[in-house]
Design a protein around this ligand. Structure first.
Ligand code: SF4
Length: 257
C-alpha cells in the first residue's frame, strides 16, 4: 500500500446518483469522478481536463454543489465521501469514474483500502480498459469493472486491442466481475466488432457484453439506426455464442447526473 502522505489526485466531481450504464443500471452509487484522460474519443461527453476546483454535492441527490480546490489529498477525499455515505441514502456501491481513474492508480492504492474499511461499499471501476499496468496495482480492491472496449471506427483513435487483451487477462486472473461496454455509433465498422468479439472469446471471460448505442440524448449526429444495432447485436451474440445486451445511457434519459 502507498503511504498517504503527500498523495493527491485531481477529482472533478463527487456526487450521488443512480447508475445509468451497463448491467448495474439503477444501483444507487456514490460517484467519484477523477480528472484527466489519456484518450480523445470523438464521442466523449465528459469534462476531462484537470479542473482547478472539485464540485461536491452538498446533499446526496440534491444537485446542489459546493466547490473546493484541486488537487485533493487522500484523507480529504475519504472525509468527503464519508460525509455523503449516510445510511439514509443506502448507497449500493462506490463508483470510480473519469476521465480515467487509473491515471491516479498510486493514489487509489492508498485511498481504496481505507475506503473499503471505512465505508464497506463494493468498489466499481469504470475505465477505458487500456491501462493494464496501473490496473494491476488496484485489482485487490475492485469488485466490479465497467470496461470500455474502444472501437477505432467509433473513437476516431488508433486501436488498443493489445492493451484490451492484457486488461482482460488481469480481470480474469483477479476474478473480478466485469461488464464489457462497446459504444457504437452510425459509422461503427464490422471489422472492429469482429475483432472485439474474437478478443473477448479468446480471453475466456464470462463478463457481460453490452452494446451501448449513441442516442439522441448523446447529442451527436452519429446515432445508429435500430436496424444497425440489432444486426450488430445478433452478429456479436452469434460470434460469442452467448447473450449480448443493447443498453443505452439511461441516466441521460432520466435527467440524472
Ligand atoms: S476514455 Fe472516456 S473520458 Fe476518456 S476521452 Fe474517451 S470517453 Fe472521454
Amino acid at each position: 500500500m502507498e503511504k498517504t502522505d503527500n498523495l493527491t489526485a485531481f477529482v472533478s466531481e463527487i456526487f450521488s446518483s443512480a447508475q445509468g450504464e451497463g448491467l448495474n443500471i439503477g444501483r444507487r452509487q456514490l460517484f467519484v469522478r477523477f480528472g484527466g484522460c489519456h484518450r480523445h474519443c470523438l464521442y466523449c461527453d465528459t469534462v476531462v481536463e484537470l479542473t482547478p476546483q472539485i464540485s461536491i454535492e452538498l446533499e446526496p441527490g440534491s444537485g446542489m454543489f459546493t466547490k473546493e480546490p484541486n488537487p485533493i489529498s487522500c484523507e480529504r477525499l475519504l472525509y468527503l465521501v464519508g460525509g455523503m455515505n449516510r445510511p439514509e441514502f443506502a448507497h449500493d456501491d462506490l463508483f470510480l469514474t473519469g476521465g480515467e481513474p487509473l491515471l491516479h492508480a498510486d493514489f487509489l492504492t492508498a485511498f481504496l483500502p481505507e475506503a473499503k474499511a471505512l465505508f464497506g461499499l463494493p468498489v466499481h471501476l469504470e475505465t477505458s480498459g487500456d491501462l493494464p499496468g496501473p490496473f494491476s496495482k488496484v485489482t485487490p480492491w475492485i469488485d466490479h469493472v465497467l470496461m470500455d472496449f474502444k472501437l477505432p471506427s467509433v473513437t476516431g483513435e488508433p486501436p488498443a486491442w493489445d492493451k484490451h487483451i492484457k486488461f482482460l487477462a488481469l480481470i480474469e486472473t483477479a476474478k473480478i466481475s466485469a461488464t464489457l461496454k462497446l459504444v457504437v455509433g452510425a459509422g461503427t465498422a464490422a471489422d472492429d466488432l469482429n475483432q472485439a468479439a474474437m478478443i473477448i472469446a479468446d480471453s475466456g471471460t464470462t463478463a457481460d457484453v453490452v452494446l451501448q448505442p449513441m442516442t439522441a440524448a448523446s447529442k451527436t449526429d452519429r446515432v445508429p439506426t435500430a436496424k444497425q444495432v440489432l444486426a450488430w447485436q445478433s452478429h456479436m451474440a452469434g460470434s460469442l455464442g452467448r447473450s449480448v445486451r443493447v443498453i443505452p445511457q439511461c441516466h441521460k434519459m432520466m435527467g440524472l447526473l
